[in-house]
Design a protein around this ligand. Structure first.
Ligand SMILES: Nc1ncnc2c1ncn2[C@@H]1O[C@H](COP(=O)(O)OP(=O)(O)OP(=O)(O)O)[C@@H](O)[C@H]1O
Length: 596
């Protein structure tokens, strides 16, 4: 409730743009360069009508050829100055915009990498990418072009107004009277533009998120022949975004119409009075010419400002969406004074009365008062039906979420008291669905320890039984593996992930075994690679293979968030409980072999 009131309050102003100021402030040189060139361009422009008046009143009326020639030479000089100032302004202002937006992108991205998984459970990654790309681009144009147009027109507008007063106080009085008529609708429409623009960006982000999700699942999409369905859904999302954008553009168009019409009609009215003064001889034709030029400048400046106001309002909408990302706080953070983990690491783990529900569904307890300990170097197999909570154990161990009750210890230290990065550095995970990045084979392995030497990377690949296939690839370690490793087989991807884990060399190993991705031959290879790794480390493995179960020092059987049985394969089969049942089912399915 309070949050939505806040959002409502923010929606009414250009305030979100304030967030951008600190970024601008760091680049004083560019700002000063931009200001100097802006003022130079404005002053040169404002000097033009003075020259025109003198030309009309003195040069032409007295038929003075030398005077006219000198005057034109001077005008050429002014043209050169104006051109130079404008070019400099463009350079400074656009560079500033690009600079600020690069910094903003960097900060938003770096902040995002620190947020907890629960944040990403709630928001689609495509939506975030859209904010990072589309919203920052809007801010770039606001900081760059728009701000400079605004400043130039403010200087020009006020300069022209001042010069109008000097030229003819009487006519200026009439003009000044018209100003509130322009400004009031400007503000009212600006507000509406801002709201609509935010809505348009939201819709665009939704469409982008949908496209991102479908394109990353292109094979599933095509094998289910859902191209038409997906296209029509995307089309609908894009249309909604278009309608929202059109509504924002329409508001801006109306704003422009109202502002320009009022401004220019007041200029026309003033001119009408002015021509009468010329006829009665109260002012010279040159003076009226000068006044006319100034009022066109002032009107043009106000007209431009109204458009700029619309653009700034749009950028404020974008800034608000980015600010929301920057304001999101990581739920899981290191404590202010972390307890140092004992050195050397031993790899002892303990769960004490752990109960847990995911923040997304707080009423559904996934783990119930779970307790167990793991000795350094021990291998524990975790088995249990789907949804029992096995992967949740891994997520909690890496402190992606905090437990609701009880505590988890690593080498005797409560996870919540340890430094987050130091804690995670003691663990290495091979997930069921391994992540391979669109990069070279070498980079993918080195992700485990980015500063590793070439020899270390190769040693890890050899230990993971991966080097043989790597050397057969077109460019060996330099081969690019495509997004998510699409050019590799399931077994190859797994061995790369294992090589990465070997390179990381962490004392605690978390393995989430894949069940069916591998044929017998690659399963053997993967198993060999893992066995070497497990020998010297504390290992928790979500086990699907008989070989793993047999190798384990102990088996924990989980069901519905509880440990229901514990022991080795033989004793658990003899017990005739859930494990025996699972083993029997798997045996029937040919996954487990009977153990005599
Ligand atoms: N991010 C999440 N937010 C909310 N609930 C979740 C989340 N992840 C998992 N769950 C729920 O937690 C429960 C335990 O899931 P978990 O993934 O730990 O099971 P599992 O034993 O690893 O299953 P499987 O063998 O199928 O991988 C499930 O009921 C699941 O619906």
């Amino acid at each position: 409730m309070a949050q939505s009131e806040n959002a409502e309050a923010r929606r009414r102003s250009l305030k979100p743009l304030r967030q951008v100021f600190p970024y601008i402030r760091s680049y004083r040189g560019l700002v000063i360069g931009a200001l100097i060139s802006l003022v130079m361009a404005a002053v040169t422009t404002l000097a033009l009508p003075l020259a025109v008046r003198r030309l009309i009143d003195q040069g032409f009326s007295h038929a003075n050829t030398t005077f006219v020639s000198n005057y034109f030479a001077m005008l050429m000089g002014m043209a050169a100055l104006l051109a130079l100032a404008s070019a400099a302004r463009y350079y400074f202002v656009i560079t500033l915009g690009e600079r600020v937006v690069s910094d903003l992108r960097r900060d938003v991205f770096s902040h995002l990498t620190t947020l907890s998984p629960v944040f990403f459970d709630r928001i689609q990654s495509g939506e975030i990418i859209s904010r990072l790309a589309a919203d920052t681009t809007q801010i770039k144009s606001a900081v760059g072009a728009t701000a400079s147009v605004a400043l130039r027109n403010l200087i020009l507008g006020f300069g022209a107004l001042a010069m109008m007063v000097i030229t003819s106080p009487k006519l200026s009085g009439l003009v000044v009277g018209a100003i509130p008529l322009v400004v009031i609708p400007l503000i009212a429409f600006g507000r509406s533009v801002r709201q609509r623009s935010r809505a348009a960006q939201d819709m665009l982000a939704t469409a982008n998120a949908y496209a991102g999700e479908q394109i990353s699942a292109i094979r599933t999409l095509q094998s289910f022949t859902n191209e038409d369905l997906v296209t029509s859904r995307f089309h609908a999302a894009v249309e909604t975004a278009f309608k929202a954008a059109r509504s924002s553009v329409l508001a801006r168009a109306l704003l422009t119409f109202v502002a320009i019409f009022i401004v220019f009609s007041s200029v026309v009215a003033v001119l009408w009075f002015g021509s009468r003064d010329v006829l009665t001889g109260a002012i010279s034709p040159g003076t009226l010419g000068q006044f006319l030029l100034y009022s066109v400048f002032a009107a043009g400046a106000l007209g431009a400002l109204s458009e700029v106001w619309g653009e700034l309002a749009q950028a404020a909408g974008a800034a608000e969406r980015l600010t929301e990302l920057l304001a999101a706080e990581a739920e899981i953070r290191s404590p202010a004074n972390p307890t140092p983990l004992p050195v050397p690491a031993r790899g002892a783990l303990a769960f004490e009365n752990v109960s847990f529900a995911y923040p997304a569904s707080p009423d559904r307890t996934v783990l119930h008062e779970l307790s167990f300990t793991v000795q350094p170097g021990e291998t524990i197999a975790i088995v249990g039906p789907s949804g029992a909570g096995k992967s949740t154990l891994f997520a909690l161990l890496q402190r992606f979420y905090d437990v609701n009750h009880g505590a988890i210890f690593m080498d005797g230290t409560d996870l919540r008291e340890a430094d987050l990065q130091a804690l995670r550095a003691r663990m290495s995970i091979v997930p069921q669905d391994v992540t391979i990045f669109a990069s070279s084979v070498r980079d993918n392995i080195a992700f485990g320890r980015p500063r590793a030497s070439e020899a270390e990377i190769r040693a890890a690949a050899q230990a993971a039984q991966a080097e043989e296939f790597i050397l057969k690839l077109e460019r060996g370690y330099d081969t690019q593996v495509g997004e998510r490793g699409v050019t590799l087989s399931g077994g190859q991807r797994q061995r790369l992930a294992i090589a990465r884990t070997i390179l990381r060399n962490a004392p605690v190993l978390l393995l989430d075994e894949a069940t069916s991705a591998l044929d017998a031959a690659s399963e053997m290879l993967v198993q060999d690679a893992l066995s070497g790794l497990m020998q010297t480390r504390t290992t928790l493995v979500i086990a699907h293979r008989l070989a793993t179960v047999l190798q384990a020092d102990r088996i924990l059987v989980m069901d519905e968030g509880r440990i229901v049985e514990e022991g080795d394969h033989r004793s658990l089969v003899a017990k005739g409980g859930l494990y025996a049942e699972l083993a029997h089912l798997q045996f029937k399915a040919g996954i487990l072999e009977p153990v005599s």
